[in-house]
Write a protein that binds this ligand. Sequence first.
Ligand SMILES: CC(C)(COP(=O)(O)OP(=O)(O)OC[C@H]1O[C@@H](n2cnc3c(N)ncnc32)[C@H](O)[C@@H]1OP(=O)(O)O)[C@@H](O)C(=O)NCCC(=O)NCCS
Length: 139
Amino acid sequence: MKLRPYLDSDHDDIIALWTDCGLVVPQNNPSKDITRKLKTGRDLFLVGESEVGIVGSVMGGYDGHRGWINYLAVSPSAQGLGYGRVLMESIEALLREKGCPKINLQVRNTNTKVIEFYKAIGFLDDNVVSLGKRLEFDN
Ligand SMILES: CC(C)(COP(=O)(O)OP(=O)(O)OC[C@H]1O[C@@H](n2cnc3c(N)ncnc32)[C@H](O)[C@@H]1OP(=O)(O)O)[C@@H](O)C(=O)NCCC(=O)NCCS
């Protein structure tokens, strides 16, 4: 798998990947999420491509205090090959270059099986309650 920043031509394949990975939910329009992300730049929005096409993605962000991870996905047929780890190591390296001291991420409480993956790559439970306030409704 080779990694590169997102290209506009990836749009449909990326949304298909996220759908296959169960990351698309009614409250978040993935196309709008891509448009919003691109307004902040694309250097932290990585796409993984192999000979079969797009097999992975990670949408990172840095707000000047914490790095954030969203839309981490590996195509179901390519899971278990180490691609998820490579995506996370790559985004971590880019965040370090920006001076980011810590990475945060949220896991939906319907997706707890992914927690073992994050623990395997060095993430710990921060023991916090995550709150959110919607400013724009996608659905
Ligand atoms: C989470 C996800 C990206 C992991 O990608 P992956 O390519 O399958 O993971 P890797 O093969 O790189 O695994 C890395 C390590 O995590 C471990 N791991 C992965 N999934 C695991 C699981 N469900 N339970 C326990 N360990 C797991 C692997 O054994 C491996 O450990 P090792 O390197 O010590 O052998 C992938 O499963 C996925 O896309 N899931 C659906 C989307 C999703 O839930 N995204 C995250 C939203 S918060």
